[in-house]
Design a binder for this molecule. Structure first.
Ligand SMILES: N[C@H](CCC[C@H](N)C(=O)O)C(=O)O
Length: 335
């Protein structure tokens, strides 16, 4: 039998598969097919998920493991901030380490155990980098700018300003009112820029942020390859950097920035050293279910209720107590 975990960061939910426990790792087409089947609420177990996190041995001796990210639509992403916190916890407990590196598509990233975010809610901190702004990194085109930083882009929404950052996955960010945050524009723009469009050839994660006060935001995200999620770790991270760069009177570096989201809350700390930006993303790493499954069902992308033995960890109750402890800061509700 093989094991899967159901996990979340800010209720951005994933299945986690440690391929080092398999007799034979899945091929890339099998991983994509499994991601599609498992994540779809219509075909997956436990209501599906936003993505599949795949843990492998690392190719780099400096890293304790490798994380790959398969979106719900089967596409592979270069990074996942909420997911990396759960992979960090998984590898920390597996290798008995509190600070180490995880190999991701574009970089080995430092991850570290963090005090509980709330009683019964394990906390982890992960490095989000590399950060790039140029249009080649995202890539976006047809809007006549080399980079977008609080830039008017009528092609997206007339009269609105946008910022674009790759961390390294691509994010488009707008600072909006609470009404606009809860309104239809985010979904419309997210669908438009992730379908056939002349602007973002590879799609883009779209983040709307409402400024609550100094170093305090509410962020809602329409994710590339998924749609609306309760939270997007790289999106919240990119948004806090755009916040500090475009509203320097309200947000700064080397100080915690609190980011509320429909699934809960995380904190980020921005760094700028040697002309490089890095972002620490700090938040929960919750494991909700342990799943025993026949390895063949993974290879066949046929994981059904009949094939699995599911054990609840009991951690979700503590996480919901954490959410209940948060101030009600927006009209946007979790999905
Ligand atoms: N949908 C993203 C990948 C998942 C990122 C998100 N779940 C996070 O926590 O960063 C993309 O295609 O770039």
């Amino acid at each position: 039998m093989a094991q899967l975990l159901k996990v979340h960061g800010s209720q951005n939910q994933f299945f986690l598969l440690d391929q080092t426990t398999l007799a034979r790792p899945l091929s890339d087409p099998e991983l994509r097919a499994l991601g599609l089947q498992l994540c779809d609420p219509a075909t997956g177990i436990l209501g599906g998920a936003d993505g599949l996190l795949v843990v492998n041995d690392s190719n780099n001796p400096a890293a304790s493991g490798q994380m790959r990210v398969i979106n719900a639509d089967g596409s592979e992403a270069s990074m996942c901030g909420n997911g990396l916190r759960t992979v960090a916890r998984y590898l920390a407990e597996k290798t008995n380490q509190t600070r180490f590196q995880v190999e991701t598509m574009k970089a080995d990233l430092t991850v570290a155990y963090h005090d509980d975010f709330f009683p019964g809610v394990p906390g982890y901190a992960v490095e989000i980098s590399p950060v790039r702004f140029n249009k080649e990194a995202l890539p976006f085109d047809q809007v006549g700018h080399e980079r977008l930083l609080d830039t008017l882009v009528p092609e997206f929404v007339p009269g609105w300003r946008f910022s674009a950052l790759a961390v390294p996955n691509p994010h488009l960010i707008a600072f909006v009112s609470d009404e606009e945050l809860a309104g239809p524009v985010l979904g419309e723009l997210g669908q438009r820029l992730n379908g056939e469009n002349p602007y973002f050839a590879d799609g883009v994660n779209v983040n709307f942020a409402h400024i609550l006060g100094p170093n305090e935001l509410f962020v809602r995200t329409y994710e590339r390859g998924v749609g609306f999620t309760n939270a997007c770790g790289t999106g919240m991270s990119a948004t806090t950097l755009a916040f500090a760069l475009t509203h320097p009177d309200q947000a700064g570096f080397e100080t915690p920035i609190t980011v509320y989201n429909p699934g809960g809350m995380v904190k980020t700390i921005l760094h700028h050293h040697d002309a490089r930006y890095t972002i620490d993303l700090i938040g929960n790493a919750t494991f909700t279910h342990q799943i025993e499954v026949h390895e063949a069902a993974l290879h066949d992308a046929q994981v059904t209720d009949a094939d699995v033995t599911v054990t609840e960890t009991g951690e979700q109750a503590a996480y919901l107590d954490f959410v209940a402890s948060l101030p009600q800061v927006s009209t946007v509700k979790s999905k």
